[in-house]
Design a protein around this ligand. Structure first.
Ligand code: XIL
Length: 368
């Protein structure tokens, strides 16, 4: 952190021998893969400024929305892979480590999934059959192309118990085991992940640890846990992040930071989580930086990124990947969550497609 302060103070630009600016993927190459979640305008090439950043800076990609159930399987018996195919092609063409996000979740999953043709709740066997068909079709299509899958997303409550999702209600606790078994069968070579937010909070962390241990005891080769990393300026502490990474790596699995961003806007609620269903009314006091971020705040943000990446680097043997949830501040979901229409500043690249001081902060601590 001292190094970062010195660099920032003198405004030093980190350069390679050739004079070009150091890239994230070069700077992180001895530590972990570094990536971003992409939206459709990015992997189709339409947003060429963003594409330039993605190709230069990142070596792994995640699909922000196009592989979710509602996108690839909107109606019973009907799959639509138009966008997902383009996402995977983009990753292959650029030789990137391609993530699949996600197979089983309680959000962005259409209601019909849990109902029969008459709209009545489905029974266990019928829902299991539907789950199997979905996983076999989606994972099977990208077998050997998508390198790792978020098989189940967000199955644990804040208190560590299992979330009462429709999956759990209808199938029972073993919906988790079934999902992982189907994914493994559909592509035995793909890495299988468990992904969730707020795993830095102890009760939830303990619930997720119990979940992973149970899957391991049942013979599921869980490759890694994903800490989503939807962080605030004061939560979690670097100590909490440090201890969380240690706790999961003790299970013999890798740790990934899968959806990193930093929310510095005023919180409309005390809830630290990332429940996508939250939606609060826009008020001026919740949106203070519509004309840019004051220098003092920008510096705090850069320092926060430096502090976090110092922890990640210390754990480089346990961490396989760090992925940002978006490329530039303009395309971050935090402009619309948990309040629609705000101006957010959570990432390393600005609305002008230029690296921000958060970029220099990260490079400063990872570059050995
Ligand atoms: C978000 C997307 O960024 C939004 O575009 C979408 O409207 C809602 O979902 N946790 C996850 C991600 O696992 O899939 C969510 O992505 C953010 C929280």
């Amino acid at each position: 952190m001292k190094i970062f302060n010195t660099l920032a103070m003198f405004g030093i630009l980190l350069t390679t021998g050739a004079g070009a600016q150091t890239t994230l993927k070069d700077a992180c190459k001895n530590d972990f893969l570094i990536g971003a979640a992409l939206n459709e305008s990015e992997f189709t090439g339409q947003n060429s400024n963003a594409v330039a950043i993605i190709k230069t800076q990142f070596n792994t990609i995640s699909p922000e929305n196009v592989l979710k159930w509602e996108s690839v399987h909107p109606r019973s018996g009907e799959f639509d892979f138009t966008a997902a195919d383009r996402y995977v092609e983009f990753g292959e063409k650029n030789k990137m480590f391609i993530i699949g996000h996600n197979l089983i979740w309680h959000n962005q999953t259409p209601r019909w999934v849990f109902q029969d043709d008459q709209g009545n709740p489905l029974g266990r066997d019928a829902l299991l059959a539907r789950m199997r068909e979905h996983i076999f079709t989606v994972v099977g299509r990208y077998k050997g192309k998508i390198n790792g899958w978020d098989v189940v997303n967000e199955a644990v409550n804040e208190d560590g118990t299992l979330r009462e999702s429709q999956w759990k209600k209808i199938i029972g606790e073993d919906y988790l085991l079934k999902a992982y078994q189907f994914a493994q069968e559909a592509d035995p070579a793909a890495e299988l992940y468990y992904n969730d937010f707020s795993l830095e909070n102890l009760p939830k962390q303990n619930g997720a640890i119990a979940l992973v241990k149970k899957l391991q005891a049942q013979g599921v080769p869980v490759a890694a846990v994903g800490l989503q990393g939807h962080y605030k300026m004061d939560w979690p502490t670097t100590n909490q992040v440090d201890e969380t990474i240690t706790a999961f790596s003790k299970l013999g699995i890798k740790v990934m930071i899968t959806e990193l961003d930093m929310d510095l806007l005023p919180a409309p609620t005390r809830n630290q989580g990332a429940e996508v269903a939250m939606n609060f009314a826009l008020q001026a006091k919740l949106n203070p930086y519509t004309n840019g971020l004051p220098d003092a705040v920008q510096q705090k943000l850069a320092q926060r990124y430096a502090d976090l990446f110092s922890v990640f680097v210390q754990h480089r043997d346990s961490i396989s990947r760090v992925t940002f949830w978006g490329v530039t501040d303009a395309d971050s979901w935090l402009n619309n969550w948990p309040v629609k229409g705000r101006t957010a500043y959570p990432l390393l690249f600005g609305r002008d497609y230029k690296p921000k001081s958060t970029f220099a902060a990260v490079i400063g601590v990872v570059h050995q």
